[in-house]
Unconditional design. Structure first.
Length: 178
């Protein structure tokens, strides 16, 4: 399969497509440290600390008053952590929306052997397949996730058929170092 079989495809991303791409990019960016380490481990630590404190207070190894104070401090610490996590998600979403907003207007997707270029945007961005982390077909969009920076996104509606979409995704995956 050769790249010239794909495109060029002229399209204009809709506001919904840009919003969806920005949301997905923000979520991936916010979860970059790992779901288990950044989200589930603090929850497990909070639950274990609460259980340990409750057992200590229930068995009278610490006074009930000190146990209640410890439980309040643990809950406050967990809520502060959740607030910081929420701020990280909001910041990632804002930055992703700003990055995706540069890819607006009438565009032409040009695919060659080494990558994808979107011509017509203010910056005319280019994504090399070899620099990609993942190629994903999800929710009517094809995403090319680079190691850093905003993803390339192509609506599947621009391709003539579902077979062409599958062939493009397979081609992009074969060219990237996954």
């Amino acid at each position: 399969m050769t790249a010239p079989a794909f495109g060029p495809y002229a399209f204009e991303p809709t506001a919904d497509e840009a919003r969806i791409a920005a949301s997905r990019a923000a979520l991936r960016r916010a979860l970059a440290g790992g779901l288990t380490a950044r989200h589930l481990a603090p929850l497990a630590a909070f639950l274990l600390a609460m259980a340990f404190t409750a057992i200590l207070a229930w068995t009278d190894l610490v006074s009930r008053r000190h146990g209640e104070i410890a439980l309040l401090l643990e809950a406050a610490a967990f809520m502060i952590h959740r607030f910081a996590t929420r701020r990280r998600f909001v910041r990632a979403r804002r930055e992703s929306i700003a990055a995706i907003a540069t890819i607006r207007g009438s565009l032409v997707a040009v695919v060659d052997e080494t990558g994808l270029a979107l011509e017509g945007a203010d910056a005319s961005p280019r994504w090399n397949f070899a620099d990609g982390v993942e190629v994903e077909d999800a929710g009517g969009m094809i995403y090319l996730w680079p190691r850093s920076g905003p993803p390339a996104f192509l609506p599947t509606r621009i391709f003539p058929s579902e077979d062409t979409v599958r062939a493009f995704v397979a081609f992009a995956k074969s060219r990237s170092r996954l």
